[in-house]
Design a protein around this ligand. Structure first.
Ligand code: FAD
Length: 451
């Protein structure tokens, strides 16, 4: 029989891997994370919503690497706005703090590169064990680990099977990272260009990032040693980039990074799960990558818990995770499409024509059609597990609404349907439970126009 020496193994310690590991610890599982630091330092921009999302999954100490909001200038579709702000993140510092935070929460962390993952098979004892070869930096030979369950969270570096991967238009981000003097004004700027778009940022500590996003088939990339000069040269004529080029920053590195949208063909098996960018990665235009990776990781601990402890509900747990990941991917792909479509000045340029037509022509909201609201049995998160329950399915909420403020919506909707003319007050006693909350939920239901 396969000897399984680890319960749950999480591969990769970015925001998604960390969120799942912390969630599984809270559910009482022993978790081991295997990770190496990112290969390069990146500066990324996030919103307050991301900070709230990180807090929501139990990440606190790493928030120290997220700067206070700084001005964000956007030049898009011929208009320049400087009305909003974003929080800049030094990802190397953030990921280092995250690694420490995991250990502070009792997660075993192994600093090693995953070289090979051989998925488990059910042996005659019904046991499923995965075999992983990992390479620690200070050892010459790889180590073998065996685990009962694997969470794949290696981001865009997670290997994909040869077939079935969903992909958006091919995209590459050319990145230049420099270090200037501390004390300059922090901020960021984005600008659309005929062949793509540029994003630039400066952190309070003087780190500068230049990012040029293009279609790789439309540009002749120079050798790596000249990439930094190439990016700076391309941005020299871009207004938004000028304040970021005008520094004495010295180059830290320059590299090209694939950044198109990617959806894994399968995101959940009986004893494994993909989360974050390893499950679906979005076009970074939305600036929502970390948010999306958290969204797919948020309920993953309950999915894993169900797969391990409630086998009768395993098919519902797999369906739940798969539907959520696919729904997120489609939603963010359509939001990106609509944003690209706003830029009409170069609509026929290949970069813009491809992106305004992908993934489809369906509306971002209500893409599921206009079927009237109805009740279905669908998987829901019930405390620490996934199970089937009656939910109200609407065009805007195709995965269904189970509860609003603790009140089950399906029976409420059914009662309201059966007695359309009755006052809220008259209906609520029929439902039992907390009268005030039920009244509020019924008012909310009616405000949506769903009865
Ligand atoms: P990651 O953060 O990529 O974490 C994966 C972890 O796995 C890393 O620590 C990695 O080192 C580790 N790993 C990889 N391979 C191995 C291995 N073999 N063994 C062990 N460990 C391994 N998002 C935003 O919110 N705002 C932005 O401004 C933004 N800008 C972006 C710009 C570009 C060019 C790109 C490509 C992405 C950008 N993103 C941005 C997206 C964001 O970086 C990701 O969505 C987010 O980091 C995904 O989190 P994750 O945990 O899934 O993966």
């Amino acid at each position: 029989m396969t000897r399984i020496d680890r319960g749950i193994l999480v591969l990769g310690a970015g925001p998604a891997g960390a969120a799942v590991a912390l969630g599984l610890r809270r559910l009482g599982h022993a978790v081991t994370v295997v990770g190496v630091p990112r290969a390069f330092d990146a500066i990324e921009g996030v919103s307050d919503r991301v900070v709230a999302g990180l807090r929501g999954v139990g990440i606190e100490a790493a928030l120290a690497a997220i700067a206070e909001p700084s001005p964000r200038r956007a030049t898009w579709a011929g208009a320049t706005t400087a009305l909003n702000s974003e929080r800049l993140v030094d990802r190397a510092a953030f990921d280092r703090l995250l690694w420490q935070e995991l250990q502070d929460h009792g997660v075993e962390c192994i600093a090693a590169r995953v070289m090979r993952w051989t998925p488990g098979e059910h042996d005659k004892h019904g046991e499923s064990g995965h075999t992983l070869q990992i390479q620690r930096p200070d050892e010459t030979q790889p180590t073998t680990l065996r685990a009962r369950f694997v969470v794949e969270a290696r981001g865009r570096l997670a290997p994909h099977p040869p077939q079935g991967v969903g992909r958006g238009p091919e995209t590459v981000a050319l990145l230049w990272r420099g270090q200037g003097a501390a004390g300059g004004e922090a901020g960021s700027a984005v600008e659309s260009l005929p062949g793509g778009w540029a994003w630039c940022a400066r952190l309070p500590g003087g780190a500068v990032a230049l990012q040029l996003t293009v279609d790789p088939s439309a540009i002749a990339l120079p050798p790596r040693a000249q990439l930094g000069a190439f990016v700076r040269e391309q941005l020299a004529a871009v207004d938004a980039a000028l304040p970021f080029l005008d520094t004495a920053a010295t180059e830290v590195h320059a590299l090209a990074r694939t950044s198109g949208a990617v959806l894994a063909p399968e995101v959940c098996g009986a004893t494994w799960l993909r989360v974050g960018d390893a499950a679906m990665a979005a076009d970074p235009l939305s600036g929502n990558g970390i948010f999306q990776s958290l969204s797919s990781a948020l309920q993953a601990p309950m999915v894993v818990h169900t797969l391990l402890n409630h086998p009768a509900d395993a098919p519902h747990a797999r369906r739940f995770h798969t539907e959520r990941v696919h729904g997120l991917f489609q939603r963010f792909a359509r939001i990106g499409r609509d944003f690209y479509a706003q830029e009409a000045r170069w609509a026929d340029e290949p970069f813009w024509a491809a992106r305004r037509a992908w993934p489809d022509a369906l509306p971002t909201h209500g893409a599921e059609g206009d079927a009237p609201p109805h009740i279905e049995q669908r998987p829901v998160v019930d405390r620490d597990r996934i199970r089937l329950a009656e939910v109200l399915v609407t065009a805007g909420q195709p995965l269904g609404i189970w509860h609003v403020d603790g009140v089950a919506i399906a029976p409420l909707w059914r009662a309201a349907q059966a007695a359309p003319g009755r006052e809220v007050e008259a209906l609520v006693p029929l439902l039992g439970g907390d009268t005030g909350r039920a009244q509020a939920a019924l008012r909310w239901l009616r405000a949506q126009g769903w009865r």
